[in-house]
Design a protein around this ligand. Structure first.
Ligand code: G4P
Length: 300
């Protein structure tokens, strides 16, 4: 197994300061228009998929967290994460944006979160109105899928508003919510090596910006330690699971990834592992350990 830091060198390839500033400016401009922000995290990596400066960008605007791709996440660990967020006063809702699970609960949570603001407007003599919200998250976390889900496929547009450019459209969701039909794209904290690896494993960053061979070996090592029975079951492996390289060879043999002369076709085996992992065929996982709830409570 390599421990070479150069296997991941993402910032220079995918993001650069100008790009980040532009993304941040767009988010800040649109934030002014909404009552609540919906922060999408990948339920398998709630820490690694978070934007490092989101709190500063969002300020004290109410926020609901979506643990998206919940269908791929370890349920018990996800529940602990939900409790951890609750201990910080933040509602987090597990969602499968593709199948729609958790979406009803999410709509309720957003409406609840916006209520103090919308009630206050009415108390000050304004007409009652729906809560306005927008979706924020790193690339590939499922923002477009969630917008489609929330809109039920058929987007009911809300009229243009003064001060809102024509290109921006609002989608009506029931009677309670209006969603900005433009997700805010944020960048992840990729300067941290562990975070960058988690983003690579889950497909949040493009496979052509890192060394796939090394990343797959590290992924196999992680799965061998954390989820050995899922790995054994999927590839019908027996006995002790050794290191990542030996595991990859065993998987290659089981799957018939062979070159002339009987050598293992490692590239083919790597792609099988990545595809199986990302589609949940290696089981539901949690790669970021939840912080201890008691620690959070002590800190309050
Ligand atoms: P983005 O707007 O944040 O960039 O993300 P997008 O909705 O495009 O979703 C990125 C990928 O993640 C898509 O897969 C999408 O289907 C998948 N996805 C989104 N939400 C969920 C979820 O809750 N569960 C699961 N299992 N997958 C989810 P793709 O393979 O890139 O595209 P496609 O083949 O599905 O079209």
């Amino acid at each position: 197994m390599t421990d070479n830091d150069n296997i991941i060198d993402i910032p220079s390839l995918q993001w650069y300061p100008g790009h980040m500033r532009k993304a941040e400016r767009l988010v800040r401009e649109n934030l002014k228009l909404v009552d609540v922000v919906i922060e999408l995290l990948d339920a398998r990596i709630p820490l690694s998929s978070a934007n490092p400066v989101l709190r500063e960008i969002v300020g004290d605007k109410p926020r609901v967290i979506v643990l998206n791709k919940a269908d791929l996440a370890d349920e018990a660990a996800m529940r602990v994460w939900v409790k951890c967020f609750a201990a910080q006063g933040i509602t987090a809702v597990p969602v499968d944006a593709v199948k729609g699970r958790g979406v009803k609960e999410l709509v309720q949570a957003i409406a609840q979160c916006a209520k103090p603001k919308t009630d206050k407007l009415v108390q000050h003599g304004a007409k009652a109105r729906a809560a306005r919200c927008m979706i924020l998250g790193i690339p590939n976390v499922g923002k477009s899928s969630l917008i489609n889900r929330l809109s039920g496929g058929s987007k009911t547009k809300v009229e243009n508003r003064p001060g809102v450019t024509r290109a921006k459209q609002w989608i009506r969701i029931g009677t309670q919510l209006e969603l900005l039909d433009m997700p805010g794209i944020l960048w992840p904290k990729f300067e941290d090596r562990q975070t960058a690896l988690h983003l690579a494993y889950t497909g949040a960053i493009n496979d052509n910006v890192y060394d796939v061979a090394s990343v797959v070996l590290l992924l196999l090592d992680t799965l061998r330690t954390k989820y050995p029975s899922d790995l054994k079951e999927r590839y019908r492996l027996e006995g002790e699971l050794s290191n990542g390289a030996e595991l990859l060879a065993a998987i290659g043999r089981k799957r018939g990834c062979l070159r002339a002369g009987g050598r293992i076709d490692e590239e083919k085996a790597q792609q099988i592992v990545l595809t199986d992992f990302r589609s949940g065929r290696l089981g539901r996982v949690m790669l970021d350990s939840p912080p201890s709830i008691s620690l959070i409570e002590d800190a309050r």
